[in-house]
Design a protein around this ligand. Sequence first.
Ligand SMILES: Nc1nc2c(c(=O)[nH]1)N[C@H]1C(S)=C(S)[C@@H](COP(=O)(O)OP(=O)(O)OC[C@H]3O[C@@H](n4cnc5c(=O)[nH]c(N)nc54)[C@H](O)[C@@H]3O)O[C@H]1N2
Ligand SMILES: Nc1nc2c(c(=O)[nH]1)N[C@H]1C(S)=C(S)[C@@H](COP(=O)(O)OP(=O)(O)OC[C@H]3O[C@@H](n4cnc5c(=O)[nH]c(N)nc54)[C@H](O)[C@@H]3O)O[C@H]1N2
Ligand code: SF4
Ligand SMILES: [Mo]
Length: 707
Amino acid sequence: MNESAVKTHYRACHLCEAICGLEIKTQGDEILSIKGDKEDPISQGFICPKATAIADIHNDPDRIRTPMKRIGDQWHAISWQEAIDTTAQRLVDVQTEHGEDSVAFFAGNPGVHNYGNMTHGASLRRVVKTKNHFSATSLDQLPHQLTSHAMYGHQFLIPIPDIDRTQMMVILGGNPLASNGSIMTMPNAPKRFKDLQARGGKLVVIDPRRSETANVADQHLFVRPGSDAYVLMAIINTLFSENLVNTKHLSDHLDGLDTVKNAVKNFSLELAESQSGIPAATIKALATELAQTEKAVIYGRMGVSVQEFGALCQWAIQIINILIGALDNEGGAIATSPAFAYVKKGTPGGGHFNLFKSRVSGLPEFGGELPAVAMAEEMLTPGEGQIKAMVTIAGNPVISSANASELDKAFAGLDFYVAFDFYINGTTRHADIILPPTSPLEHDHYDIAFFRLAVRNSVRFNQPVFKPEEGALHDWQIFNALSTKIAELKGKDFRPLPAPDVIVAKGIEHDYYGEANQPEIALTLDKIKANPHGIDLGPLKPGLVERLATDSGKIICAPEFLINDLLRLADSASEKAENELLLIGRRHVRSNNSWMHNYHRLVKGKPRWQLMMHPDDMHARGLEDESQVTIQSRVGEVTTTVIATDEVMKGVVSLPHGWGHKKYAVKMGIASQQEGVNCNELTDDKFIDKVSGNAALNGVPVTVVAA
Ligand SMILES: Nc1nc2c(c(=O)[nH]1)N[C@H]1C(S)=C(S)[C@@H](COP(=O)(O)OP(=O)(O)OC[C@H]3O[C@@H](n4cnc5c(=O)[nH]c(N)nc54)[C@H](O)[C@@H]3O)O[C@H]1N2
Ligand SMILES: Nc1nc2c(c(=O)[nH]1)N[C@H]1C(S)=C(S)[C@@H](COP(=O)(O)OP(=O)(O)OC[C@H]3O[C@@H](n4cnc5c(=O)[nH]c(N)nc54)[C@H](O)[C@@H]3O)O[C@H]1N2
Ligand code: SF4
Ligand SMILES: [Mo]
């Protein structure tokens, strides 16, 4: 019997961008319950079904707790000393033999949810020194950062929908009811949408699938995948031609608006209709309503970022918000005021674009990173600068990146591969060494990334729930140890960084709410720690003009590379091919990218990995509901179960990502038994948003035949 006292802990859920507050009860080393923290300032008790699975992560016997070394297909536990020494030596050897750029990094999504990765990752990159950096950013939100950099001068000066005060919200390619919001931290999406409707507001969803969010919207418009840019340009064109422009207090701070007006002249409502399938009159009415609603906002996410015209879509969304007076106004889209890493002119890390290009395909860097779609070819194409060793951090690119089979081959052929991860997954199974960090409940927590993206300003710090297991290291400690060893081998100076909370404490003291800036608040980490539920810092606060980080101090409305990209858009207009099928993705509230399939409570029940297809498209191909079909694209094919549903529009098929563990020798007992295929065996590393280099994981042309 467990005799120790029951303890209550408050901690953020780190699984998705909603960062809900949790109340966790423990007794000894046992987790008794995980519930929503009713006193959390922004989530107010809301959680989704994934939160309770944090207990499963913590207790999972498959979670690696000691460094592992692979010899052939056998895994052996080794000491930290051996793991760090070997890794450092092998990385340095590869660089000595093949040059600095022969070592590459891939940083995956959970790194952004674990602040020690953010505070300490850069130091390892500095001692290794390579230009080959990749991350999930270019499978995801790169277009948001790129447009913020180009228009506002800083990649993280990103306006966030002021959802709690708006009267009309148009969502393109986002499904907050499944994802719980993205580049828009908004715990309890269902309630926030209900509140909008209850105060007489309107929710419009533009999506090729009648998603969970579309289901609760006041209006849903089916759109042909990849065609949103035509719709957005037609909206901009209409706003100008119908004299619906009202740029409010930003009017004197806009540079190049006339260029925009001229550049979109040929993007007519009729063209938009022919490409998207949305009637011209509907698009015109939408433009008018957006302009005439006092507080309206337009927002777009994965479906419009991770497609062929991702950057143009995100740019157009900014322009529309400017034209309708939504940018920097209540109920519109406003930059956040976080307690740490507040962005204003002069804040470092603003980004740069196209300073160098990838070796093989000449794709542009952004903020020092090259597009993830270039990773496989950089590993597989011989020559000077070829990648020979990889460091992956909290990522699973063989399942999450385009043209998975090619990447799988590339990882298999490396001279050396080290993974920071606590699972042997589709990618890390190729590692020579795996360095496993502590469990999420064993380290403290501060949301550097997501307070920056939240629909309401707040702050919270969480102490660890459990003491780390004997000898276990946090990610940041592994970074420090490895950086120290590599620096020693290279004869460089390196001083290990202090713990992440020390870094954050110092930042907060000198930042926006710190003593010097706001003496009446004088926020410190100690004050935050004294409020375990978190502190509400109020609604989003306009004030973009003073924060603009562009050289001219103005909003750059017409960045040249984006205006030029309109030619590509114009040239891409085409007749819809007979029998066309375009593949899109799908998220489900019980799944989380590629790594939450090893927990019974999240995978039980109805399968969620099937291909969705419209009944008419199935009929035309003689396919039966729930039969086996083979899906083919330019780069690969997979065989899975199809289900008939008019949830997807005709000409569209939908397959979620993150599945397909069975095919690989993963060491995850439950995940490896799940059906479902790796949809990124179909997505194409050459099918990209050419201007940004972002992957186009949505709108991939495929064929489907009976298996
Ligand atoms: N077709 C298609 N593909 C997609 C997408 C899509 O919509 N469609 N979405 C894309 C998007 S938006 C993203 S963000 C990517 C996500 O893809 P990735 O960035 O590859 O991330 P995950 O699949 O979440 O894999 C995360 C890994 O991190 C490990 N991990 C978890 N927590 C920690 C930790 O604290 N420390 C360390 N060191 N490791 C940890 C897990 O064990 C897991 O192995 O997928 C992309 N791929
Ligand atoms: N439960 C759960 N939550 C998650 C994640 C998860 O895997 N599971 N992942 C997290 C991550 S890493 C991210 S980045 C966010 C993503 O957050 P969201 O972007 O909100 O999530 P998705 O469900 O990918 O929504 C994309 C929508 O775009 C639609 N779509 C596809 N192609 C197009 C197109 O061409 N045009 C338009 N207009 N729509 C299109 C899809 O049908 C889908 O409904 O979610 C985060 N939250
Ligand atoms: S929505 Fe679910 S997964 Fe996301 S933070 Fe909240 S509880 Fe965690
Ligand atoms: Mo993502």
